[in-house]
Design a protein around this ligand. Structure first.
Ligand SMILES: NC(=O)c1ccc[n+]([C@@H]2O[C@H](COP(=O)([O-])OP(=O)(O)OC[C@H]3O[C@@H](n4cnc5c(N)ncnc54)[C@H](O)[C@@H]3O)[C@@H](O)[C@H]2O)c1
Length: 381
């Protein structure tokens, strides 16, 4: 049976996300498996071209992946009809211009979040993609994390009864780069390059909460720059002119209060780098990236406040771990598979540029709420 070859332009793949998650763990992994199987039993085979600025890095990456073609000339690659899909994992500030160019060249679009640096641009590329009738998608990887899938199943099974509160704790210590190299790129801490943890994380909380707990209707945000100086990739000191932690509260249409802390300045003493605790009348759950623990009402311990004696309850013992009932794939790869099937078979793919724009909208409102120190309504888009 014939294979279906899809030419994919991958821009920004020498970076962390582009290389690790999208190229290696998603598309190369699919290629190594012999392609993605369609309903009719055909195989979808990605045909990748790497695009970027740095020839040396591109040549090295190509050599690591059996000589994938590469180019530093995006315009030229966009004019090649062999490539029908444009993928973008560049730094956020560069996304809008390149994605717009790709839409105008008639390419389908798949891109990292945030889909643009501001709502006007995010909506513009959504509308343009619709007008040009190209298919489009935005990465919403957290939805396919095993821990979140388990949480989502608990909600569907009505494990919680009425959910009243959700608490998200995201973050870890990002080294300053002074004595130990930082594990995040320095542009994350520079306004002019699209940095800031609100812009980076609030768009994740948008789709996570909208999908699991109901559409967000209100937002209240506080943020700070806790560490004002860092050292870049060349070990040169620079000033951080964006927030590196944000403490944000959301309300949903279902009346569920969701509070998410996001910080690059905190040391972890919890189950995982992201934990989401959900409290309901009939039970609670705590999801991490892979695991999810539950405590039903029936086995909830009854603590009594008494700091004069050692704590008699080991609170961790009162939780049950949900077993893996299947093998989970990489979350980015799962979403890629759905997008490729959407292109080939026209299967539904709701995680599009409009949903991406909703994330950008929420980040923008979070900044406004922080600066004006007040709750804001989140208008429907
Ligand atoms: N989905 C997620 O969980 C997740 C996590 C982290 C980052 N991201 C997003 O992925 C994107 C990339 O983040 P990253 O952490 O991989 O960053 P990175 O700095 O590691 O990579 C950025 C890429 O953009 C390219 N680039 C940078 N400046 C450029 C310029 N001036 N011209 C052309 N190319 C340029 C770099 O060469 C590199 O390939 C960001 O938009 C970020 O928001 C998503």
């Amino acid at each position: 049976m014939d294979n279906i070859r899809i030419g994919i332009i991958m821009n920004g793949v020498t970076g962390r996300m582009g290389k690790n998650q999208h190229l290696e763990r998603s598309l190369m992994s699919l290629i190594q498996e012999g392609g993605l199987t369609t309903k009719e039993g055909k195989k979808i085979i990605p045909e990748i071209i790497l695009v970027g600025r740095n020839s040396q890095k591109l040549a090295e990456l190509s050599a690591q992946h059996s000589g994938l073609p590469w180019s530093t000339d995006l315009d030229n690659v966009l004019s090649d009809p062999k490539y029908t899909l444009y993928f973008d994992a560049q730094t956020t500030g560069l996304r809008y211009t390149s994605v717009k160019k790709a839409i105008l060249a008639g390419k389908h679009i798949y891109c990292e979040k945030p889909s643009a640096s501001n709502l006007t641009q995010a909506l513009e590329i959504y509308k343009l993609a619709e007008e040009k009738k190209v298919k489009h998608g935005v990465v919403q990887d957290k939805l396919w994390l095993p821990g979140i899938l388990k949480l989502s199943q608990l909600i569907q099974q009505n494990f919680f009864g009425r959910i009243h509160e959700v608490r998200g704790e995201f973050g870890y210590w990002v080294f300053t780069g002074e004595c130990e190299p930082a594990q995040r790129p320095s542009w994350n801490y520079k306004k002019s390059e699209g940095g800031g943890i609100i812009q980076d994380m609030v768009c994740h909380w948008r789709y996570l909460i909208d999908n699991l707990f109901g559409t967000i209707t209100d937002v209240n945000c506080m943020a700070m720059t806790h560490i004002p100086q860092r050292w870049d990739e060349m070990r040169k000191p620079y000033i951080c002119d964006v927030e590196d932690a944000t403490y944000t509260t959301f309300l949903t249409e279902k009346g569920i209060l969701c509070h998410f802390n996001s910080s690059w300045c905190t040391r972890v003493r919890r189950d995982d780098l992201l934990t989401v605790q959900v409290d309901g009348i009939r039970g609670s759950a705590v999801a991490g990236l892979r695991e999810c623990y539950i405590q039903p009402a029936e086995s909830t311990p009854k603590p009594v406040w008494n700091p004069d004696i050692p704590q008699p309850i080991n609170f961790y013992e009162g939780w049950m771990k949900i077993p893996d009932r299947k093998t989970y794939e990489n979350a980015f790869k799962e979403q890629w598979k759905l997008f490729l099937l959407h292109i080939v078979e026209n299967t539904p793919f709701p995680w599009n540029l409009l949903e991406g724009a909703k994330g950008v909208q929420l980040a923008e409102l979070a900044y406004q709420s922080w600066h004006e120190r007040r709750w804001l309504k989140v208008p429907p888009l």
